[in-house]
Design a protein around this ligand. Structure first.
Ligand code: PMP
Length: 461
């Protein structure tokens, strides 16, 4: 029999306070913890703090690393066509695992890149940006107690995502080998120690996260390095989550090699991609995963029980852009050929500028990030040895507060991101500067924007 609330409880629930609100909203506080245990230790986020700082002290919020130049005309034209083309169904839900025209063209494109046949319906899934793709990977493939190897330095979301899935991140650093001839370091000079990498694999290892080209170093892993990782994955039966969002941003004629194309790797690799990075339109948040059905079927389960569906109209426009790129593949008019050429010039300019003011830039082989050693500037912002806060975090705040004013909004140069870090820091919130102004501004340390979380190899001085 259903018990009815007694008069005193009814009275308590219905009693109004003087402002006319029910007293239960005022008094009936919950005493039990509300936060799920899986969020413990991952609630802080450096972006939140620095975006706020940038908003307070800077005229521009250069926040996350996104381009400040316009997206290509063909992208906006594709969206206009999709909107104005009279197909009213493009305003409605589409297939949950990816709009058919988009998964079809992605399958065609990746067939070319990987040299294997792909089924658009089972080997490709569309996500809300690469971020959701990564989330699906960790939720679908990582269990309580599983270890996931993460190569340092790394894109900051990998660690909390692994933890949220119940897994344990195991870090392995890229170690710098400065050139002996006094030349500037390149991201290629940062390498895995094969013995150290091998020592991280065990029967508890479920997956390794590979990010090539790498955020933040800009490192493009060589065939030899990928071969080493692949060999260990096969030997220990380990999966590879391959974040390739910067696949088209590779400089100096270098080639981005897909680990999934190496012997024994297709069956154990999920490739993660992003239309935002590919077509310089990060706000669109269209991403994808490409991989074997045996892995993707589990990602589909996560997707259908969380986000379920991505914006149809954006998927339609991205599909048209891929169609264009498929036709122009390898030709000079291709965006995938033009974009890296443009950004390479900006990279070179930024490298020269930083070198000119005494920083030690690490020349990125890819991506739109640049990491620079800020140790020569310790006299400007002295270290506080007793502080818990990493030096580069304090340096970044000092820059934001003291040097960010007057940043011109109308900028002509652009969006190479600069990450500053101090060798020896375990956890570098690295500083991103989007260098938008003329060169002299760099001398005044002008445009400081944001500190980004990440991790720095332990003990690499
Ligand atoms: N992976 C890496 C390495 C990134 O740098 C980013 C974005 N900064 C993402 C994934 C997320 O991409 P998206 O905006 O498509 O979600």
């Amino acid at each position: 029999m259903l018990r009815r609330a007694g008069p005193s409880l009814r009275h308590f629930l219905l009693e109004k306070n003087s402002a006319g609100h029910s007293s239960c909203s005022r008094e009936a506080k919950m005493s039990r913890p509300v936060q799920a245990r899986r969020l413990e230790g991952i609630d802080k986020n450096i972006w939140v703090e620095f975006v706020k700082l940038a908003a307070t002290y800077s005229k521009v919020n250069l926040g996350q690393g996104f381009p400040d130049f316009p997206a290509p005309d063909f992208l906006t034209e594709a969206l206009t066509r999709a909107l104005g083309g009279g197909n009213h169904m493009l305003h409605q839900y589409t297939r949950a695992f990816g709009h058919p025209p988009l998964v079809k063209v992605l399958a065609q494109f990746f067939e070319k890149l990987l040299g294997r046949d792909l089924d658009p319906m089972t080997n490709v899934m569309v996500t809300v940006g690469a971020y959701q793709a990564l989330f699906c990977c960790f939720q679908a493939l990582v269990d309580e107690g599983d270890e996931v190897i993460i190569i340092e330095p790394f894109f900051d979301c990998y660690e909390p995502m692994v933890k949220m899935a119940g897994g344990t991140p195991v870090f392995v650093p890229l170690r710098p080998n400065p050139p002996k001839d006094g030349k500037l370091m390149s991201s290629a000079d940062w390498q895995l120690d094969p013995a150290e990498l091998a020592s991280k694999f065990s029967e508890r290892t479920k997956a390794i996260v590979l990010n090539s080209p790498n955020n933040p170093l800009g490192k493009v892993f060589s065939r030899g390095e990928l071969g080493l990782i692949a060999e260990l994955c096969v030997k220990h039966d380990v999966l590879c989550i391959s974040d390739e969002v910067y696949e088209w941003l590779v400089y100096d004629g270098k080639q981005h090699i897909r680990i999934a194309s190496l012997q024994g790797m297709w069956d154990r690799t999920v490739i993660v991609g992003s239309a935002g990075k590919t077509f310089s339109a990060t706000g669109w948040k269209v991403g994808w995963v490409v991989g074997p059905d045996r892995l993707l079927q589990h990602l589909r389960t996560v997707h259908q029980n969380s986000v379920y569906h991505c914006a149809t109209i954006a998927q339609e426009a991205v599909a048209q852009c891929f169609q264009r790129e498929l036709t122009l593949y390898g030709k000079p008019e291709s965006y995938f050929v033009q974009l890296p050429k443009e950004l390479q010039q900006k990279r070179d300019w930024l490298v020269q500028s930083l070198d000119g003011v005494g920083m030690k830039p690490i020349i990125p082989e890819g991506t739109y990030f640049l990491v620079a050693d800020i140790s020569p500037f310790k006299s400007d912002v002295p270290d506080v040895p007793s502080s818990d806060e990493p030096y580069d975090s304090r340096f970044a705040k000092w820059m934001v507060k003291n040097k960010a004013a007057g940043q011109p909004q109308s900028s002509t140069l652009s969006p190479t991101c600069l990450l500053l870090l101090l060798p020896g820091a375990r956890c570098h919130p690295a500083l991103r500067v989007l260098q938008r102004g003329p060169q002299e501004q760099l001398h005044q340390f002008h445009p400081v924007l944001l500190c980004k979380g990440g991790s720095y190899p332990e003990g690499s001085k």
